[in-house]
Ligand binder design. Structure first.
Ligand code: BTN
Length: 243
């Protein structure tokens, strides 16, 4: 494993993709103290202020089809949640698909980006990007994030804790990754899921529909039931919890 560290960068995912397409090895890890173009899911940005978070991207070269690429994200969600519990003794829940929640607030987001090998139809590489909010930044938070974003630590956490967390995440994730398609992390994902018989709003483009989220199926789809009794297994997209 090689770790490449930056003080400031556009995005660790972008840098890892640049390195991966230039042939860099699997398990090259790109880390940064801050990102000025942190990338989130669904084309969103990820607020990545200096020093207050853990921003990292891992180059992977799994022999899987694009349909299985989501397994990287869900395995990582379990790995990060377990690592936080080990290092900080705090149990973060998983909000399908890839958000970690502590005290009702988002403390971590995961974005896996991949490139396809057109000849084999398999992935050429994947970049697993993990962003964890460790403690509140000195700089002002954007207004729209204030009520949504939470932090793992109440005050500044030490560099040694940050390093321990990084090591634990990579250690646990590697165990899952070695048997990725065996899905040994499914039960742990279900156990840590915060969407169990939970009222949610299913968001599809500009359409919103209230539903009850029942649970996670064996393909990591979210099983929901709408008010009219119809059921759906969601394989991607977004839901918000109705309070
Ligand atoms: C999301 O919540 O929508 C996913 C956020 C993923 C953020 C991480 S931070 C490290 C890596 N580099 C990025 O640009 N994004 C991911």
């Amino acid at each position: 494993m090689t770790i490449i560290e930056f003080d400031r960068i556009d995005s660790t995912n972008l840098e890892a993709k640049r390195l991966a397409s230039g042939g860099k090895d699997e398990w090259t890890v790109v880390m940064a103290n801050s990102q000025n173009m942190g990338r989130g899911r669904l084309g969103r940005s990820f607020f990545s202020p200096e020093g207050s978070g853990l921003y990292m991207s891992v180059i992977l070269r799994p022999k899987i089809t694009p349909a299985d690429a989501q397994l990287i994200t869900v395995a990582a969600a379990v790995a990060v949640s377990r690592a936080i519990e080990k290092v900080f003794s705090r149990r973060a829940g998983i909000k399908w698909v890839n958000d970690l929640i502590l005290d009702g607030k988002k403390i971590c987001g995961i974005l896996t980006e991949s490139a396809l090998d057109p000849k084999s139809g398999m992935l050429e590489y994947a970049v697993l990007g993990i962003g964890i909010n460790l403690f509140a930044p000195k700089e002002k938070m954007p207004d729209e994030l204030k009520d949504i974003v939470g932090f793992v630590c109440d005050s500044e956490c030490t560099a040694s804790k940050k390093q321990q967390l990084t090591e634990e995440i990579l250690r646990i994730f590697k165990q899952y990754y070695d048997g990725l398609t065996e899905r040994s992390y499914l039960e742990e994902y279900r156990d840590r899921s915060v969407l169990k018989n939970t009222p949610v709003t299913v968001i599809k483009g500009d359409k919103r529909r209230n539903a009850l989220a029942h649970g996670i199926d064996e393909s990591f789809r979210l099983e929901v039931e709408y008010a009219d009794g119809t059921q759906e297994s969601l394989s991607g997209g977004e839901v918000s919890i109705r309070l």
